[in-house]
Design a protein around this ligand. Structure first.
Ligand SMILES: NC(=O)NC(NC(N)=O)C(=O)[O-]
Length: 343
């Protein structure tokens, strides 16, 4: 059983995704496909166009003179380009109007292509045409080891889809990162939380999302701890680097911020998984606010462990620093290996 739905949704609006074009959106807008929340439904909410759905819904197609119905499609720009490990096509609440079949294609295009340029791109089928059910989240694993920037959902012949989730591993473009001080912990730069003590209320990857959290649910929150220990999360950095400034943001955590935090670093290439070097000693923090700590002089690290003492959560964690030459090489090599050169 594949656990790809645990990977970040590269298409979701909160990670910068957008729906750039669709063949039709007569009943419901294409943008609903990437809403971050679970699909909602209120029966008998009829607007001027019909029943309201939290999804993308096209008109009923009619056959042309040749008897062919054609099909509908929507193109999604991934907020975070990367290797797609699986796709979820969710027909939640669409029961008498879901498409009976769907397929998904993907392409990798450099720069900022227009819808017309995307239409002319080279598309690779990543989910072959498959049968769908109504009111069901269909999970399709994908095994194509390439960096993609866009996906195209095809539905046959028409109907409504609540969400398209595109889970995978972020593969950042090294060009905007090389030679600059960057956030080594940003999801958009390829960092991830690889281990944590507790994710009862929300996943720790959330503290690596871009921008500010709008409420407590958009950060990481643990359950109340009753055993005298403390909570922690290990971030695999975007690439090997040295951390120079830590931003510890407890915004929206008013009665459940940690009392103190710690930061430790380690170099996974050095072997010993328990060899953590302190980067920030136990330091008091306040609820509902942003804290910034200079960490100059630390070692080259690949992983950083955030400690919450004793528990609570974290709205955002930013670890600004410099990629080392080895880090820059690692990013460039991975990008080159996963990017197909066209022509
Ligand atoms: N009751 C419906 O949902 N009908 C139709 N859809 C909307 N949105 O009203 C349809 O024909 O698919």
């Amino acid at each position: 059983m594949s656990d790809f739905p645990d990977l970040p949704d590269l298409a979701v609006r909160t990670l910068g995704g957008s729906v750039v074009a669709a063949s039709d959106e007569s009943f419901e807008e294409k943008e609903n496909l990437i809403n971050p929340w679970a699909p909602e439904f209120r029966p008998a909410t009829f607007g001027p166009k019909g029943q309201e759905y939290d999804g993308w819904e096209t008109a009923r197609r009619r056959p042309g003179p040749d008897g062919d119905y054609g099909h509908d499609w929507a193109v999604v720009r991934l907020g975070l380009p990367g290797v797609i490990r699986g796709v979820v096509i969710d027909t939640a609440w669409f029961t008498g109007n879901y498409p009976p079949h769907a397929s998904v294609e993907a392409c990798g295009v450099d720069g900022h292509p227009s819808p017309d340029e995307l239409a002319a791109a080279e598309w690779t089928e990543i989910v072959p045409r498959a049968a769908l059910q109504g009111g069901t989240a269909h999970a399709f694993p994908v095994a194509v080891a390439r960096r993609f920037t866009h996906v195209r959902l095809n539905i046959f012949p028409d109907g409504g889809v609540a969400r398209l989730r595109v889970h995978g591993d972020v593969v950042p473009d090294p060009r905007p990162l090389t030679g600059l001080t960057v956030d080594l912990a940003a999801l958009e730069n390829g960092a991830r939380v690889v281990e944590c003590s507790n994710s009862f209320y929300s996943a720790p990857d959330r503290m690596l999302y871009p921008g500010s959290a709008r409420d407590q649910s958009e950060g990481w929150e643990t359950a109340r701890r009753r055993d005298g220990g403390h909570d922690w999360a290990v971030v695999r950095l975007a690439a090997p680097g040295t951390v120079r400034l830590a931003e510890i943001d407890t915004t929206h955590l008013k009665f459940n911020a940690p009392g103190h935090v710690t930061l430790d670093g380690r170099d996974a290439r050095a072997g010993d998984p328990d060899d953590w070097t302190p980067l920030l000693p136990r330091t008091r923090v306040q609820p509902d606010g942003r804290h910034r700590f200079r960490l100059d002089g630390g070692p080259e690290v690949t992983h950083v462990r955030l400690g919450l003492h004793p528990d609570g959560g974290m709205s955002r964690l930013r670890l600004f620093g410099d990629l080392t030459p080895a880090g820059e090489r690692a990013l460039a090599d991975r990008f080159a290996a996963l990017t197909r050169r066209e022509g």
